[in-house]
Write a protein that binds this ligand. Structure first.
Ligand SMILES: [Zn+2]
Ligand SMILES: [Zn+2]
Length: 321
């Protein structure tokens, strides 16, 4: 397996793609973002293996975000590769008009609910327009949880891992010393992946994401390969660390409501993250909302006409996160 790393700054930055050349099949996991610098890095990386876009047999996409799917259509146009992605994310990868319209409508509805100021909505708008970075649209084969993909001498097992997006998938395989997986943005080495803003279609995003982290931890992978930056050598510990991070964040949210509540998601985000720029204008209040919604569903927070207010102490957070 070859790791292809890119120097892009969009989204979480430094995306990775993975090249598998098992048996007589050439498989890619993710394709980077469709900007000229990444395209050059991509072709240079393939060239080192005496391969080009035309040699790719299949492409496996972890989720719909353009920094993971950007070049899939261009590669498919040259190679006729089969492109796989989970059925929930497929309509956004194929840029289905209805799916895009529903995504935008949901974003607008939530900006209202979150209390996002108009000038911040105007500032965010250019970052939501992905026309320049999506590249050519591929045809896709939809995947569901538990499916397997033949990659030559081995198989990839599809593990639906929702939270960051609705259709995010990890792909498990037999590694050199034990089970390994490609995890996309389900677990990242440096940042905690955004929940709530990165895909506003996800219902109960924090609950889904915590389940995903728990089931990844239970698989006891030897190591996992994320969508950004370096391999994660202790994935179970990393998954548990992110769960703990969300527990601490949920406690902070209760404390913020105690001090400043009732408050909307935008205000809670402001206390958590401070002033936001670029795509973080979406991710910050999205994350705050994911927590408020989760705490409300568990009765620790109440949603009133004037905003959210805490109805439990932060010691009780441990029961629900
Ligand atoms: Zn992502
Ligand atoms: Zn990403």
């Amino acid at each position: 397996m070859r790791v292809l790393t890119f120097g892009n700054h969009e989204f979480e930055g430094q995306n990775s793609a993975y090249l598998l050349t098992d048996g007589d099949l050439v498989t890619l996991v993710d394709t980077g973002i469709a900007v000229p610098t990444v395209r050059d890095e991509f072709t240079a990386g393939l060239d080192e293996q005496n391969l080009g876009f035309k040699d790719i047999d299949q492409i496996v996409l972890t989720h719909w975000h353009p920094d993971h799917t950007g070049l899939a259509g261009d590669i498919q146009a040259q190679s006729d590769a089969t492109v796989y992605v989970h059925e929930a994310d497929a309509p956004l990868v194929t840029r289905d008009a209805t799916a895009l319209r529903e995504l935008e409508a949901r974003q607008r509805e939530l900006f209202e609910t979150w209390g996002m100021p108009q000038e911040k909505r105007d500032e965010l708008l250019p970052f939501l327009s992905t026309e320049e970075i999506v590249g050519r649209t591929p045809d896709v084969e939809p995947l569901s949880d538990g499916a397997t993909i033949d990659i030559g001498d081995r198989t990839l097992e599809v593990l639906h891992a929702p939270g960051h997006t609705d259709g995010l998938c990890c792909f498990a395989f037999d590694g050199d010393h034990g089970p390994e997986a490609f995890v996309g943005d389900a677990v990242l080495p440096k940042y905690t992946p955004n929940v709530g803003g990165a895909d506003v279609r996800v219902e109960e995003p924090l609950a889904k994401y915590l389940d995903t982290l728990e089931s990844l931890a239970e698989r006891s992978f030897d190591r996992v390969w994320p969508g950004h930056r370096d391999v994660i050598e202790a994935p179970t510990e990393r998954a548990r660390e992110i769960i703990e991070h969300h527990r601490e964040r949920a406690k902070r949210v209760i404390d913020i409501l105690d001090d400043h509540g009732p408050a909307d998601a935008w205000t809670v985000s402001d206390h958590l993250f401070g002033d936001l720029e670029g795509i973080h204008i979406l991710h910050g209040p999205g994350e705050a909302y994911a927590h408020l919604d989760h705490l409300e569903r568990h009765g620790l927070v109440e949603h009133t006409a004037s905003g959210y207010r805490a109805v439990a102490t932060h010691e009780t957070v441990g029961d629900v996160v």
